[in-house]
Design a protein around this ligand. Structure first.
Ligand SMILES: NC(=O)c1ccc[n+]([C@@H]2O[C@H](COP(=O)([O-])OP(=O)(O)OC[C@H]3O[C@@H](n4cnc5c(N)ncnc54)[C@H](O)[C@@H]3O)[C@@H](O)[C@H]2O)c1
Length: 253
């Protein structure tokens, strides 16, 4: 496709945290960005920030785990921003607990948002990408995919996303579409604040303890992940597909 066409991108879970930073970064790279989250009004600040810097963005309220909500959200993006050619499956929740205390509901919620959500979003978005013969899908996995105490549901979902990513790469590659996963380590967001709270620790203390195990000697910021997404979403990354990129300040263990 012509390189001067503005491409639309969808970032799910983009009202805050990693998703918000990613939406802003993709807008700075020239994409028109759909800022999608559960509550449309919660997306407005990110949209205004993007517009204030001359970018183009649209706030969309949708639940990624709901099939009809996903269908109408993506068709609204296509109508109002253009065919979505980049999809970042970033929406996420945690429902941490040790296995013996984990409820079936906590299991299902985490599977539904991460796995079912990424499946539903990708299935709808790929139609536009295959038509354009160009597309980028980036799924947010996690170092927790390697196993993490108290996260049986989340680590299973994040490992599942890596298999999902490889299969999308195989099925969609011939249409000029790449699919990759990014597996962040410890990133300072409301999600890691909630983890500290669950562990009964002030966030600062939790952060310091975690940073001791990070090779580069600092915690991650949402912008660290946004940079990796921007790279994988760009034209230069067209020969990278089916990979999981650990963005964790050191080798993932
Ligand atoms: N923060 C970290 O250290 C870290 C590490 C590894 C992976 N991740 C992953 O990165 C992604 C973003 O994490 P974050 O730290 O920014 O989290 P966050 O909790 O700050 O933000 C997640 C966003 O997803 C939205 N969301 C939740 N359920 C949704 C649904 N059903 N439909 C649409 N939106 C929904 C939330 O409303 C929220 O705005 C998640 O997939 C998370 O699992 C985060």
């Amino acid at each position: 496709m012509s390189t001067d066409t503005v491409r639309a991108a969808i970032v799910t879970g983009a009202a805050r945290g990693i998703g918000a930073a990613t939406a802003k970064r993709l807008a700075a790279e020239g994409f028109a960005v759909a800022v999608l989250d559960l509550d449309e009004s919660a997306c407005k600040t990110v949209v205004s920030d993007i517009e204030a810097t001359g970018g183009s963005a649209l706030a969309i309220g949708a639940d990624v785990s709901d099939e009809s909500s996903v269908a109408s959200a993506v068709s609204r993006v296509a109508d109002e921003l253009g065919a979505p050619l980049v999809l970042v499956n970033n929406a996420g929740v945690i429902r941490d607990n040790l296995l013996f205390k984990m409820t079936a509901n906590d299991w299902d919620t985490v599977m539904n948002v991460h796995l079912r959500g990424s499946f539903l979003m990708s299935r709808v978005a790929q139609k536009y990408m295959t038509e354009a013969k160009w597309g980028r899908i980036v799924n947010l996995s996690s170092t927790s995919a390697l196993g993490n105490r108290g996260q049986a549901n989340y680590s299973a979902a994040k490992a599942g996303l890596q298999g999902f990513t490889k299969t999308l790469a195989l099925e969609l590659g011939k249409f000029g579409i790449t699919a990759n996963a990014i597996a962040p380590g410890f990133i300072e967001t409301e999600m890691t604040q909630a983890t500290a709270e669950r562990m009964g620790m002030p966030f600062e203390q939790f952060r310091e303890a975690v940073v001791k195990g990070i090779a580069v000697g600092r915690s991650g910021r949402p912008e660290d992940i946004a940079s990796a997404v921007a790279f994988l979403a760009g034209d230069g990354a067209g020969f990278i597909s089916g990979q999981t990129l650990y963005v964790s300040g050191g080798p993932a263990v």
